[in-house]
Design a protein around this ligand. Structure first.
Ligand SMILES: Nc1ncnc2c1ncn2[C@@H]1O[C@H](COP(=O)(O)OP(=O)(O)OP(=O)(O)O)[C@@H](O)[C@H]1O
Length: 920
């Protein structure tokens, strides 16, 4: 049996016992009888928990610089009286100021984890941990007064914390173990099986590890829940059945057959199935497995159905609680959950702001059982969707539709949807571009609820704005899906962000449920970076899954990872998050430390902060910036294309346009989305396409085939011939004969199947039709540039606020009220609460150099704009000035500590001067 004892703790130092915060309510006895100490035996000491070291080093290359000035002297390491002596280790890697040490990876190479890729690196094996129930007593923020709520910028003020309406049913501060004890056998078996999950996200607690997991009660009788089985170690992977043992061969065969089939389809098409494709395929395979499982008796379905129907007829606290217990095995709702569920059941659009790990997902899952039709969940990442799908209790049948799916997989999901078999459907926001996808909902399918997960992405003032989320407006959702109720969920939104999200989704101020920003079991500390562990990249992607599996099954204790690893991670027993570098905003900091202590135990969150990283990050904040002149050129191309007459498809090849306008692809997409969804609808975006087609004829001669086939005739007319191949632009040909690009590519596919042609498509392009050409391109350019520059400044202010909070803790905190040494829980909590309640548009002081004595040297060889010069001086690559060539010059990154705007102004002056001299 694989167990935690497999890990060899001799190579690592022991983490001291994790102290439960004294302020927490007394912890109940352990829920798992196996873990209870025998009456006359000494209880075993608490076991260490794993940690994450979060780093941004894959995104930022450090350039050793002598210019770096320390902010202040490093703090002396704090000592914890209760810390036990670590076992002897010859080579500890010291992290100053931490109450524990992290030691080197074992010297025995057989124990070493295979190399890890640039985004996720890891160290060290792992011991066991104890499970304790979560504490969700929180650091409250004051609520927003929306009395004078305006459409785009709500005036903000603070008011007293809200009373907790769920207290009666046990929602508030539910630190008690509000769940039915898991079956000890299954739990042990789950630990044994150790199947774990995917690269990015979360809720791995359902599959493996010795952490008790969600649907406990019913899974004993045969259900597997909706979790995805991931092919982590390819053919060698164990499959876990409902008892947590390796699966019977029948099920495994079924699963593998499914995978092989999917792969074969991919290979036939000459495509390579990437990592995410496989994950989607896994999710689909799992859906098929679940379908088989659903025929077996699983649990007392009669009582369950009865509970659903009672809750449907009378959604009282009592009936909902009963349904919670039957569905999840949890004893009580957590703070905010019942309130949100009741709002949704009443059909009220709701904004739900709960801290990380507070259980937001349950607030749509439970209603989905009660509401008719389907609940549509919009999620920003495929990995998150897959994770959420697998987290669903088995009695809630879910599906997902995303771009990586094979058409037949998507068709199967749509079939289930149309037959009313799916209760929850996960989709990405990009799906809403697709008219075919939207058409599914026009007939017979009732969408009762749309859930906007990570809803802060809707707002351009958030730390994580996604242009595709802009489409998620109440008016759009109402029109396309005929849905009235929207549940928006986030853990990290400032008052300004909340205002704009609620405005876009038309959620009235009274429907805001906002409980806390932070859990109070996170102990926050900060220090200046000393000598840190080096960190190497270049680890193959295929080993990432392995790393995660080992982490989730507690075979390793520490993962050094970029933010990609931590995002949405739901491993309950993570004991520490160490920020190796500065997060880009307090929202990100809160999100990332939210991975720790999800079991309610005291957890440590340490932040290393240094000014070099700050300068580098600050420079990067300007990498999306554009000038009015460039926006104008871009708009000219969009609106003066040959195809811009009504209804014709226009395209913009991403790579070419990006280089031409020196504009990132995301920025072009943001502009196009704004042109569609801004005050005036100028265009209508279509799904992206590969637009350049290279065609070879095989059986019949081109001329002969053209005689029989009008589409071929049109292709020949619009093609260039290059070495016997016909090269044409797909939208141009489609427009010339008045068909859609999809019709044309389907036709080519048919000719291919008949053996008449083979073809290749390349050049991914944004596609759109023009709705209305702007009367005044110049003022539109000015308007869009101003908007983009405000968004950029907002991001910079967020970074400044993050840095200032850290620097305040290190330099200015008076170390009263609980702060001492590097521990700054109190002052950081205060700063965070103030920040989230504040206005994102207010000025944040910064320490950037404002010196005007920036030395610039004109170069007659290249055509520069002031922004291009400033980017080079700040070491920021752009499509036209890539780092491969420009980082070799001594200008590269030379003025990172001088404010970007100052460098840009100096560049402008110098360029004007240069042009003047040349003119003379
Ligand atoms: N009422 C409850 N009692 C006990 N556990 C719960 C309850 N509700 C949710 N949980 C558990 O809490 C964990 C976190 O839930 P979930 O992933 O929904 O959090 P979240 O709020 O979405 O967090 P994040 O914002 O970090 O993604 C899950 O493992 C879930 O099973």
């Amino acid at each position: 049996m694989e167990s935690d004892s497999d890990s060899d703790g001799s190579h690592i130092s022991a983490t001291p016992p994790r102290h439960t915060k004294p302020s927490l309510p007394p912890q109940p006895p352990p829920t798992n009888p196996k873990r209870q100490p025998a009456p006359n035996r000494k209880p075993p000491p608490p076991k260490p928990k794993p940690s994450i070291l979060s780093s941004r080093t894959s995104r930022i290359r450090y350039r050793p610089s002598s210019k770096s000035k320390p902010i202040s002297k490093p703090e002396t390491p704090s000592s914890e009286p209760t810390r036990p002596d670590p076992p002897p280790d010859p080579s500890p890697l010291l992290l100053p100021n931490l109450p524990y040490q992290i030691c080197r990876w074992p010297s025995d190479p057989s124990r070493a984890i295979p190399t890890v890729d640039s985004s996720d690196t890891l160290l060290a094996p792992q011991g066991r941990h104890l499970f304790q129930s979560p504490s969700f007593s929180k650091i409250r923020r004051t609520s927003i007064d929306f009395d004078s709520f305006q459409d785009d910028k709500p005036p903000l003020s603070s008011s007293a914390p809200k009373p907790d309406p769920t207290a009666a049913i046990g929602g508030s501060d539910s630190s008690a173990p509000n769940r039915v004890p898991p079956e000890p056998k299954r739990e042990a078996a789950a630990a044994k099986s150790g199947v774990s999950a995917i690269a990015v996200k979360k809720r791995f607690n359902l599959i493996g590890g010795n952490v008790p997991s969600a649907p406990v009660k019913f899974r004993s009788s045969g259900a597997e829940g909706n979790f995805v089985k991931l092919n982590l170690n390819r053919g060698k992977r164990k499959f876990v059945n409902r008892r947590g043992n390796s699966s019977s061969s029948g099920r495994r065969k079924f699963y593998r057959k499914g995978k092989r089939k999917l792969k074969a389809v991919g290979e036939n098409d000459g495509e390579t199935i990437g990592e995410e494709d496989e994950l989607v395929a896994d999710a689909i395979a799992e859906q098929q497995i679940r379908k088989q499982d659903s025929k077996r008796p699983k649990f007392d379905s009669e009582s369950f159905e009865e509970a659903v129907s009672m809750a449907r007829n009378d959604p009282s606290d009592e009936n909902l609680l009963k349904l919670l217990r039957l569905t999840y095995g949890y004893e009580l709702f957590r703070d905010g959950q019942l309130e949100a569920i009741k709002m949704v059941l009443e059909g009220k659009s709701t904004m739900l702001v709960l801290p990380t790990g507070a259980g937001k997902s349950l607030c749509y899952q439970l209603p989905s059982l009660i509401l008719p039709g389907v609940t549509l969940v919009v999620s920003p990442l495929i990995a998150l969707m897959i994770d959420q799908l697998k987290q669903l209790p088995h009695m809630i049948r879910g599906g997902l539709i995303c771009s990586n799916q094979r058409p037949e997989e998507a068709s199967e999901t749509i079939r289930l949807l149309q037959q009313g078999e799916l209760k929850v459907l996960f989709v990405s926001p990009e799906r809403f571009l697709n008219a075919e996808f939207l058409s599914i909902f026009s007939a017979n399918i009732v969408v009762s609820l749309v859930v906007v997960d990570e809803a802060h992405c809707v707002s351009e003032w958030s730390h994580n704005f996604r242009p595709s989320y802009m489409r998620l407006r109440a008016s759009f959702l109402r029109a396309k899906l005929n849905v009235n109720c929207i549940l928006a969920m986030t853990a990290t939104a400032t008052a300004t962000t909340l205002g704009s999200v609620m405005s876009a989704l038309e959620i009235p101020p009274t429907n805001l449920i906002q409980k806390a920003i932070l859990r109070d079991n996170l102990q926050l500390s900060v220090s200046l970076s000393g000598n840190r562990q080096s960190y190497h990249s270049g680890i193959p992607a295929k080993d990432r899954s392995r790393v995660q599996e080992l982490f989730f099954t507690n075979k390793i204790r520490v993962v050094v990872a970029t933010v990609a690893f931590g995002m949405g991670l739901d491993k309950r027993d993570i004991g520490a998050v160490i920020h190796y570098t500065l997060p880009e905003s307090l929202e990100e900091y809160v999100q990332e430390i939210g991975r720790a202590g999800r079991d309610g135990r005291l957890s440590h969150c340490h932040l290393y902060c240094d000014d070099i990283t700050y300068f580098k990050l600050r420079s990067l904040m300007y990498s999306d910036g554009v000038d009015e002149y460039t926006v104008n050129k871009f708009l000219c191309q969009v609106f003066t294309s040959d195809e811009n007459s009504h209804g014709k498809v226009c395209s913009l090849v991403k790579e070419t346009a990006s280089r031409k306008f020196d504009m990132k692809e995301e920025v072009m997409l943001t502009l196009l989305t704004q042109l569609e969804l801004g005050e005036v609808q100028y265009l209508h975006l279509l799904p992206e396409l590969n637009v350049t087609c290279t065609l070879n004829f095989h059986n019949t001669s081109p001329a002969l085939l053209a005689g029989k086939d009008a589409l071929v005739a049109a292709i020949l007319k619009k093609s260039e011939t290059k070495q016997g191949q016909y090269v044409f632009d797909l939208p141009t040909v489609a427009n010339s004969i008045g068909v859609t690009a999809t019709v044309l590519s389907n036709h080519l596919q048919i000719l291919k199947l008949k053996g008449e042609v083979t073809y290749e498509l390349k050049d991914q392009a944004y596609c759109f039709t023009i709705v209305e050409a702007p009367a005044d391109l110049c003022s539109l350019s000015a308007h869009l540039t101003k908007w983009l520059s405000e968004v950029e400044s907002c991001k910079v202010r967020k970074l400044d606020a993050m840095f200032n909070a850290a620097v305040f803790a290190v330099n200015s905190c008076e170390k009263t009220k609980g702060c001492c040494d590097a521990q700054h829980t109190q002052c950081l909590q205060k700063k965070i609460v103030e920040y989230f309640d504040g206005d994102d548009n207010s000025e944040v002081p910064n320490t950037m150099g404002k010196s005007r004595s920036v030395f610039l040297q004109s170069n007659s060889q290249a055509k520069f704009t002031p922004r291009a010069v400033a980017r080079i001086m700040h070491g920021i690559a752009s499509p036209s000035y890539p780092s491969t060539s420009w980082s070799k010059t001594h200008f590269w990154g030379r003025y990172t500590s001088i404010d970007f705007q100052v460098v840009m102004d100096a560049a402008r002056a110098e360029l004007v001067n240069f042009v003047g001299k040349n003119a003379v």
